[in-house]
Design a protein around this ligand. Structure first.
Ligand code: PBG
Length: 324
């Protein structure tokens, strides 16, 4: 009888490890933090158990733990006190994100600090740009995004990560950074960002839900694949240094497509809804959290992600060290 014996290589843990094709490393993960104004504040996000809005004092402790665990990079989201139509806290020198970046870089100079560059946490209407008569105005928004990126770079951000999905944002931000002397600050573009229902819990965490309508006029339609190539190509042409796909789990095909067609580092964003589903099932005793999370993150790397932005970053770092 002639057939292949696939089970030969599956017999023992050591054999399986020898032929394993995909590995997770602590250095693969980018850890997100939400920084809120004030002192001694640590609010757990109800839909994201284990994730907190933290004032800077607690945020520094959290970052310190991440650094001790071997995490190389974090991304900072701000929860400002004041919101208005022109998102002025987004590009204010003393804005919450700018202060957080300064303090974190002071304490951890080696840590790669990424700034999320968007306006939705800072606008009163919760949209990612300037709104006129119910429409999000692309080109006027670019100026504010460029200002925001420059203020974040001035505060010490190592990487600018624009997530707003306005057309031309990479060009606008690259040009502004270069003019201000930040030629070497890379842009991690949320190149392919879908209008997704998986962002719900994040909007609780960042208080950034749109107050009217939705984001479908600027974020992508979940049904589209070719459009992802057009979006990514445009960002490559405009000078992006990393390409991000967001969300991750329902878009592993897109991660693979980008990995095959472009030669920039690919980043997968394991978003809030993906986190919340695991936590909810785990709290009900329905799944084994650690096993499920490791399997999910491995699938993202197998799909082609070089880096993964995930709220599980610290947990995984612990598990990879053999801790519980
Ligand atoms: C800002 C932004 C969003 C997320 C990251 N940056 C939300 C949105 O577009 O509404 C979502 C992240 C997550 O769900 O974890 N535009």
């Amino acid at each position: 009888m002639q057939f292949a014996r696939h089970r030969r290589l599956r017999q023992t843990a050591n054999l399986r490890a020898m032929v394993r094709e995909t590995h997770l490393h602590t250095e693969d993960f980018i850890y997100p933090i939400f920084v809120i104004e004030g002192e001694k504040i640590k609010n757990e996000v109800p839909s994201m158990p284990g994730v907190y809005q933290q004032s800077l004092d607690y945020a520094l402790e959290d970052v310190s733990e991440a650094v001790d665990l071997g995490i190389r990079s974090i991304i900072v989201f701000g929860v400002p006190n004041e919101k208005n139509d022109i998102a002025s806290q987004a590009y204010c020198e003393h804005g919450i994100v700018q202060r957080a970046i300064r303090a974190i870089k002071d304490a951890f100079p080696e840590l790669v600090v990424i700034a999320d560059t968007c306006l939705c946490h800072y606008t009163s209407h919760g949209h990612c740009g300037i709104v006129e008569n119910g429409t999000i105005i692309n080109d006027d928004t670019l100026e504010l995004l460029a200002k925001t990126a420059v203020s974040q770079a001035k505060a010490g951000a190592d990487i600018i990560a624009p997530s707003n999905m306005m057309d031309g944002f990479v060009t606008a931000i690259r040009q502004a950074l270069d003019e201000e002397g930040f030629t070497y600050v890379p842009i991690m573009s949320y190149a392919v960002k879908y209008a997704s229902a998986f962002y719900g819990p994040f909007r609780d965490a960042a208080h950034s839900a749109p107050q009217f309508g939705d984001r479908k006029t600027y974020q992508m339609d979940a049904a589209n694949r070719l459009e992802a190539f057009r979006e990514a190509q445009a960002d490559v042409d405009q000078g992006a240094d990393f390409l991000m796909v967001k969300p991750a789990l329902s878009y592993l095909d897109i991660i693979r497509d980008l990995k095959n067609h472009f030669h920039l580092p690919i980043v997968a964003y394991n978003v809030s809804g993906e986190y919340a589903m695991v936590k909810a099932a785990e709290q009900n005793g329905w799944i084994d959290e650690k096993a499920v999370v490791l399997e999910m993150l491995t699938s993202m790397k197998r799909a082609g992600a070089d880096l993964i932005l995930t709220y599980f970053a610290k947990d995984v770092a612990r598990w990879l060290k053999g801790e519980k």
